[in-house]
Unconditional design. Structure first.
Length: 564
């Protein structure tokens, strides 16, 4: 699938104006994740935007880890983030930075604020600070420690750095305006004591800058021109600017906000995703039902499809919810072009072709893609005993059921016409265990010389050559379009009990037993599947369903919109 050219948006308009006016001669962006969890598809939008802008304007995009909270950050998250960005197709080259690279510079910036009388050490407790802060309708109150002298503040801040005080004893706050209608400007905390080892700096520091303090200053240190973030940081832009305006920075970035990605039937809150993992509702961060990039990669989604999806939804100034069907459509559209075709029977029913010669085996020719000759062809074995899907047979077929039934003739894909002559059942349960059929040897390749037509074509697998496999059918994790609004805020009440079905007795054509790549393939008539990157082994193949061939939720969604 050919990827579209990135569409115009308000951020591109701003950049165009900045370059045309000479305000900037080049573009520098950054993707600044906090290494405190795994990235999800919402982050993919930011990655594509920041790296895409730098690419399209001939600039550069830094990968910077805003690692200012050692209590939640781990090297595991750093490595997973780098893997995700690379998987999406972007390269930060040698521009890998960490906010922790700038800890000394940030400390000196804080000292500068103290010397200018614009920061003070506060000894109120966290609860007292919250109480003094006021509300949206009531102004805050000045801390009794707000008027400490510059000398006292410098002394206390230095002793904080030296580790003299326990966690929570003091914080450093910017002295701005406790009556500001913008809550973020009511003397925000810019440093706190945390006697916790940092994943990069070890025990060298026991005070750490707050994210809002470190973020804009890190942008400035790196020469970022356009600092692009999501709308939840809009109120913080005034604070971002205040730090830059009141400190001797060498460059002056600007912050621009865009709408974050919200997807129906999906939860993108890190806290809630963590709950799914900790409560073992899912099998880890890379469970294919998770919206994490590691999860959708394991499920078989392609980076190209995700980039195309991000371009389709565009960049807006207002939050909205994207229908998950658009994401699923993007996956199907991409895989339709790139996925080779094979045959796999997920719920097998044994079929004996009674008039097929005993012991005879033959190889039939099959296309690897119906419209793209570059995929080539393959040979598939055929014999007296085959498997078909159990759902492709009805002993008493309903109206408009055109697949196999007693006395009915159907086509086997790439093979022959067969007719069902008998049904074999388990005498104890009455379950159908085998079909007896005959075939027409004149219909090899699936066409009748006399021109007769059949109404259905079935996929199949030869029993003597079938590869055993486990197949996991993944579906949406939630049944409600807005899981966070369901059940009085408990998103878990709308978990989909059918989000994972495991089929352990599947039969696949032999070519699927030789696949090594985790790139998705199509099981004809059944959907797109990929080898599970973690659990699949040569002696025990495991395939995950990436996507169905069509949207099975479309009817449900229509009914929900009608209020039924």
């Amino acid at each position: 699938m050919k990827e579209p050219v990135s569409s115009s948006n308000f951020i591109r308009d701003i950049i165009d104006e900045d370059l045309a006016s000479g305000k900037h001669t080049s573009v520098m962006t950054r993707f600044p994740p906090e290494p405190n969890g795994y990235l999800h598809i919402g982050h993919a939008k930011s990655i594509c935007l920041n790296f895409g802008l730098a690419r399209d304007y001939g600039g550069a995009c830094n990968l910077r880890f805003d690692d200012t909270n050692p209590t939640k950050e781990e090297v595991e998250y750093v490595e997973s983030i780098k893997e995700d960005v690379r998987w999406l197709g972007f390269d930060w080259e040698d521009r890998e930075y960490f906010a922790s690279d700038y800890f000394e510079s940030l400390y000196q910036f804080a000292v500068h604020l103290i010397k200018d009388g614009k920061a003070y050490v506060d000894s109120l407790s966290a609860d007292e600070i919250r109480a003094y802060r006021g509300t949206l309708t009531e102004a805050g109150r000045n801390s009794p420690y707000r008027d400490r002298s510059v000398e006292e503040n410098l002394d206390l801040f230095e002793r904080m750095r030296a580790g003299e005080f326990p966690d929570g004893a003091h914080v450093l706050r910017a002295k701005i305006d406790m009556a500001s209608p913008n809550m973020s400007l009511r003397d925000p905390t810019i440093y706190r004591i945390r006697k916790v080892a940092h994943h990069r700096t070890g025990d060298r520091w026991c005070i750490y800058p707050m994210y809002d303090f470190a973020h804009g200053l890190s942008d400035s240190i790196e020469g970022v021109t356009h600092s692009i973030c999501t709308l939840e940081f809009e109120n913080n832009r005034a604070l971002y600017d205040w730090f830059l305006d009141n400190l001797p920075v060498t460059s002056r970035p600007r912050q621009y906000e865009f709408a974050r990605l919200n997807i129906s039937y999906t939860v993108l809150s890190k806290r809630k995703l963590l709950k799914l993992v900790e409560e073992k509702i899912v099998d880890g961060w890379d469970d294919p039902r998770m919206p994490t990039l590691s999860g959708i990669r394991r499920r078989g989604y392609t980076a190209e499809a995700i980039r195309n999806f991000c371009d389709r939804i565009g960049v807006a100034k207002r939050d909205s919810v994207v229908d998950v069907a658009l994401l699923e459509y993007s996956i199907r559209e991409d895989l339709n072009d790139r996925a080779p075709r094979f045959m796999g029977v997920l719920n097998p029913l044994r079929v004996v072709i009674e008039n097929y010669p005993d012991g005879q085996q033959e190889e039939l020719e099959a296309l690897n893609h119906p419209t793209d000759e570059s995929f080539g062809k393959r040979s598939i074995p055929f014999g007296k005993v085959i498997y078909i899907e159990r759902d492709d047979f009805r002993e008493d077929p309903p109206k408009k059921f055109f697949r196999l039934a007693p006395g009915r003739e159907v086509r086997l894909r790439y093979a022959y016409f067969i007719t069902c002559t008998d049904v074999v059942k388990d005498p104890a349960t009455g379950e159908i265990v085998e079909l007896r059929c005959t075939y027409d040897p004149e219909t090899r390749g699936g066409n009748a010389p006399d021109g007769r037509k059949v109404k259905s074509t079935l996929h199949w697998v030869a029993a003597d050559h079938a590869v055993d496999a486990e197949v996991r059918l993944y579906d949406r994790l939630f049944t409600a379009p807005d899981p966070e609004a369901a059940g009085d805020g408990d998103f878990r009440v709308c978990l989909n009990p059918q989000s994972l079905q495991t089929l352990s007795a599947c039969k696949l054509e032999p070519a699927l037993g030789r696949i090594e790549s985790t790139t998705a393939v199509q099981f004809e008539r059944m959907g797109y599947f990929c080898l599970d990157a973690h659990d699949s082994r040569p002696e025990h193949l495991v395939f995950n369903r990436t996507a169905t061939l069509r949207d099975p939720w479309a009817k449900i969604d229509r009914q929900l919109k009608k209020g039924r």
